[in-house]
Design a binder for this molecule. Structure first.
Ligand code: FUC
Length: 786
């Protein structure tokens, strides 16, 4: 099914034309911004990392600064992490577990938390994602330039820089190709013989940089060690080799390779190819040869620029182009992107919302593709050796949030690395930790993992002693099945779900007060009950996650016709979990006891107890009392000092069907929590981008309650007219929505298989049969028009 609109076809033709033109050394004046709404553009080079423009093919990341006399391009390869394969678990005695339980039930939470230090992994820190370094291009004489412009076109995933020096117009285009597995840069000028530059690479890791082969520079090195929490003591020695190799192909002029540089003089045009690879094969095997890999990548990419570019653009658009989003364009859209961000609260600029929404999709596609590593805290873009929080997979919210847009915004393929990571955790460390630390079957994952897939609790019990990270991810992947209806996928997922359930079957304990079954010891991620204390049991988030997990197991085993004998047991466990409780302030309780009003940080960033509203579906409008209590809790939480935390609030408010509040957080994200290059702030993590994109989608379409709910939280005053095409709903349906003057005008539904769907708009609900691959159009009153 193709979703390309006319504009997209036109833009495809335009890009193909531009490719030909650039390929032949011609260049164009910079297009006016308003003509190409999916472009981020700036009139100056980036001053720092958060101004640079991100490119990625899932595996290889590039940050393009757009300098003139010196261009720096930050380089990342998604398997360059510190350390080497390791397993952090060890035997913990049943007596320790029983003593923790005794202390908890006796009300000595602090004592229980202290004893839970004995459950933390060895090491109790994890690996850091590490930068490869930078490609450096020096252009002699390009200090004073005129008519400068740099941009990133989300439609083509190409970053361009154009400027004039001494009457010559120079153009550079950069891309990270998912097809050819290289980063490539094309340098052209509007006069022959004007391309002169040198290229080299640098890295903060100990490396050897050497020119050779007539037109290449290779940078070879080793990764760093994993450090203890003090960030000084090495605990796992680095053992991963890596290489990045640059190859320069010029048309005309001269190319020399000497010392640590390749130099091009007087060429008509040139293409710089950058390959990067490590010795990582799997989380257990690091025996690959990065030099061989670089050679293979560079050999395979030996193509004319036009062909490389065309294949790149086509593959990017195949996925990115599935959604179009138009909220209208105002004069504001003519400004440079950084200016629009600064002025967002002061002017009407709905097109910036559409750009920001699409940027989240762009980042996900650029940092997670089949075969790559999952998007980490920074996607794949990191300029440090010790990234903040290690740039890890923090699974008490951040990694999940990265993937919230995957299904609803029609990028299902991006989930493959996440799914693969989860199976690796489940078969490896997750099972080891379950057995050794808890004496249980199945598998468990605590609040972080990394390239080596460790599953033990880490940091300290305060942070790490939370057992439902794996179950949360398993639930999220089960949701993918609800979107696609793909039974083969469910068949592969089922052992992960079942293994997660098995762990809790063996470890849930009965609390004495009500006889409920609880996860113990646990916490409500990072939220302090009192200063220094997070340890608890039976937290609201754990209960909601486990209800969904057992439900998913029952449903999957039914669909797949497996394990009929386990269903009754899962149902029984599910029904004995603590129910959602309403506290004295009328709020949904975060913990098993009503501690919310006295908790350390009432505006805590994590919205863990609201998991049941979003992204989960444990609390629905049908349960009006709990739904109202959830709303009360969000009100108490107000806003947060972290970007991602505000992004989460968009989705929650959308699920609470409050368009004004949801919009308030969209506005807050764009005006306050977004860097010049559209990265989430603080820019050390990109989850806020992903969470915002997903949240905006939730404002326009929801499908968690067995019906396709159109425009459930549309801020009609802010976005009076709009069209979004290609959103996905659970049940295998694709949905295009058009609204005018704040009300639904038209909806188109498509499904690959014949099915009947329920469609809701406001209080109106209709049930419509869909034929396979035959779009059905309904009008604003939900009547079929053809
Ligand atoms: C969680 C959050 C922090 C940060 C870190 C990566 O621990 O509480 O704010 O996002 O993950």
């Amino acid at each position: 099914m193709t979703n390309f609109s006319l504009t997209r076809r036109e833009s495809l033709r335009l890009s193909a034309f531009a490719a030909l033109a650039f390929g032949s050394g011609l260049s164009f004046a910079a297009p006016a911004a308003a003509e190409t709404p999916l472009v981020l553009w700036y009139d100056k080079p980036a001053g720092n990392w958060t101004g640079a423009l991100a490119l990625g093919n899932g595996r290889l990341g590039a940050m393009v600064f757009g300098g003139t006399a010196r261009e720096r391009i930050g380089l990342n390869e998604d398997t360059l992490w510190s350390g080497a394969p390791y397993e952090p678990s060890f035997e913990v005695s049943a007596e320790i577990r029983q003593e923790i339980q005794r202390l908890m039930f006796a009300g000595d939470y602090k004592g229980a938390q202290n004893l839970a230090e004995k459950l933390q992994g060895t090491p109790n820190s994890q690996s850091s994602y590490q930068t490869v370094g930078e490609l450096v291009l020096d252009f002699p004489g390009h200090d004073q330039v005129k008519d400068y412009r740099r941009d990133l076109d989300l439609n083509t995933a190409i970053a361009s820089v154009t400027y004039t020096v001494d009457g010559v117009r120079f153009t550079r285009e950069a891309l990270s190709s998912p097809v050819d597995q290289v980063i490539a840069i094309r340098l052209t000028a509007d006069r022959n013989g004007k391309i002169s530059f040198s290229a080299t690479e640098t890295s903060p890791l100990p490396v050897m940089v050497k020119a050779g082969n007539g037109n290449e520079v290779s940078m070879t090195g080793m990764n760093g060690d994993i450090y203890a929490r003090d960030k000084k003591t090495p605990v796992v020695k680095g053992a991963l080799k890596f290489e990045s190799r640059v190859k320069v192909v010029a048309e005309g002029g001269q190319v020399t390779a000497e010392g640590d540089k390749v130099t091009v003089t007087g060429a008509d045009a040139a293409t710089v190819f950058i390959a990067a690879a490590t010795s990582y094969k799997t989380y257990k095997d690091i025996s690959a040869d990065p030099a061989v890999r670089c050679t293979q990548y560079l050999d395979a990419a030996k193509k004319p620029w036009v062909a490389l570019r065309r294949a790149h653009v086509a593959e990017h658009q195949r996925l990115f182009g599935r959604i179009t989003f138009d909220l209208g364009t105002t004069e504001a859209a003519k400004q440079a992107t950084d200016q629009r961000l600064r002025d967002f609260s002061k002017q009407d600029d709905p097109a910036l919302v559409a750009l920001y929404f699409q940027f989240g999709r762009y980042l996900l596609l650029s940092s997670s593709r089949p075969g790559s590593q999952p998007a980490n805290l920074q996607g794949i873009w990191n300029d440090k050796l010790m990234a903040p929080w290690g740039g890890k997979y923090t699974v008490n919210i951040n990694t999940e949030m990265n993937y919230w847009p995957a299904q609803v915004t029609n990028l299902a393929e991006t989930e493959e690395p996440l799914f693969r990571m989860l199976s690796e955790v489940a078969e490896g460390s997750g099972a080891q930790v379950a057995r050794r630390t808890y004496g249980a079957r199945g598998w468990v994952l605590h609040h972080n993992t990394d390239l080596w897939r460790p599953a033990a609790p880490i940091d300290t019990a305060f942070w790490g002693q939370w057992q439902t990270g794996g179950a949360w991810l398993a639930n999220q992947l089960y949701q993918s099945y609800l979107f696609s209806g793909d039974k083969a996928y469910l068949g592969k997922l089922y052992p992960i779900l079942k293994g997660s359930a098995a762990f809790f079957e063996d470890t849930l304990v009965k609390e004495p007060e009500h006889g409920w079954l609880v996860v113990l010891p646990s916490n409500s991620p990072e939220h302090e009950i009192q200063k220094g204390l997070t340890a608890s049991y039976g937290t609201t988030m754990d209960n909601a996650i486990l209800r969904e997990l057992f439900d998913a197991c029952i449903a999957s085993s039914t669909v797949l016709g497996q394990d009929p004998g386990l269903r009754a047991r899962w149902k029984q466990l599910r029904d004995q979990l603590p129910p959602n409780q309403i506290g004295q302030a009328g709020q949904l309780q975060e913990w098993i006891k009503d501690w919310d009003t006295t908790a350390e940080d009432i505006q805590h960033r994590h919205m863990s107890p609201l998991y049941g509203i979003y992204p989960g579906n444990d609390i629905t409008p049908a349960d009006a009392k709990t739904f109202a209590a959830a709303r009360k809790l969000v009100e108490m939480r107000a806003s947060s000092g972290m970007g991602w935390a505000n992004a989460w609030r968009i989705g929650i408010w959308a699920r609470l069907l409050d368009s004004a509040k949801a919009y308030e957080f969209v506005e807050l994200m764009i005006s306050k929590w977004t860097e010049g290059n559209l990265f989430d702030k603080p820019s050390v993590q990109l989850d806020g981008n992903f969470g915002s994109t997903a949240g905006i989608a939730e404002m326009l379409l929801q499908s968690q309650n067995g019906e396709i709910h159109l425009l459930p939280a549309l801020p009609a005053g802010k976005w009076p007219n709009g069209t979004i095409t290609g959103l996905r709903a659970r049940g295998g349906c694709e949905v295009d929505i058009e609204w005018k003057a704040g009300t639904l005008a038209r909806v188109t539904l498509r499904s690959k298989a014949a099915t009947t769907v329920k469609v809701r708009y406001g209080s109106g609900v209709v049930s419509v049969p869909l034929k396979a691959d035959r779009p059905l159009v309904l009008d604003g009153e939900l009547k079929a028009v053809r």
